[in-house]
Design a protein around this ligand. Structure first.
Ligand code: PAN
Ligand code: ZN
Length: 191
């Protein structure tokens, strides 16, 4: 067994920025061409405005192995693609029986979840909301506000990320703007 040194990270609770900064993963619209239900809206934005940064993840550089507790902040910038709000790609954990804890820090949004047996859940997250993603639930976060939506997450090192299943099947529920309101609707394209 490897004995690591304990450490701290100073997290700016408003921006989600880490100090010291270790690894930042940036997801641009061009990385998410099949994520949004309205694929023609994606192509229109890419042609007319160019690429845009949708979200970034500030992450500790811990080994992805059993016993570790990986943790990060995610910052989803405000915006929409068609009627759908900016969101993360979303994933199941490769080890389906591994859960996760989220803590809202700034801005507001939704945690959209579903199981492979057909259950769905959509929870509102605000600063101070701790949300539990139980084992077996795919999860995606959506920024429904007008400022960056920032949250902290911690999960088991051995969980792994399965993006492929969501890329193929999508999520059953979409969070969209309708008549100026945030609405959760069924995804007609959900397989
Ligand atoms: C989170 C997510 C993070 C980015 O830390 O990885 O919010 O979302 P995607 O991984 O779907 O791009 C988490 O759920 N980790 O397991
Ligand atoms: Zn996760």
């Amino acid at each position: 067994m490897n004995i690591m040194q304990p450490f701290t990270t100073q997290i700016d609770l408003h921006s989600g920025v880490f100090n010291p900064e270790r690894q930042i993963i940036r997801r641009y619209l061009s990385d998410m061409q099949t994520t949004y239900a309205d694929e023609s809206a994606v192509q229109d934005i890419l042609k007319q405005e160019g690429n845009r940064l949708v979200y970034e993840v500030h992450v500790t550089d811990l080994p992805e192995e059993e016993g570790q507790l990986l943790h990060c902040t995610t910052i989803i910038y405000p915006g929409r693609v068609g009627t759908e709000y900016h969101m993360t790609k979303g994933h199941y954990h490769s080890r389906r029986d591994r859960g996760e804890v989220y803590l809202g820090l700034a801005g507001e949004g939704y945690l959209v979840m579903q199981t492979e047996t057909g259950e769905t859940s959509t929870l509102s997250i605000q600063p101070g909301t701790a949300a539990y993603v139980p084992p077996y639930w795919a999860h995606r976060t959506v920024n429904t506000g007008v400022v960056p939506f920032v949250f902290f997450a911690a999960w088991a090192g051995e969980a792994g990320h399965d993006y492929g299943t969501i890329e193929q099947l999508g999520f059953a529920k979409l969070v969209v703007q309708h008549d100026g309101q945030v609405v959760v609707i069924d995804n007609a394209k959900y397989k």
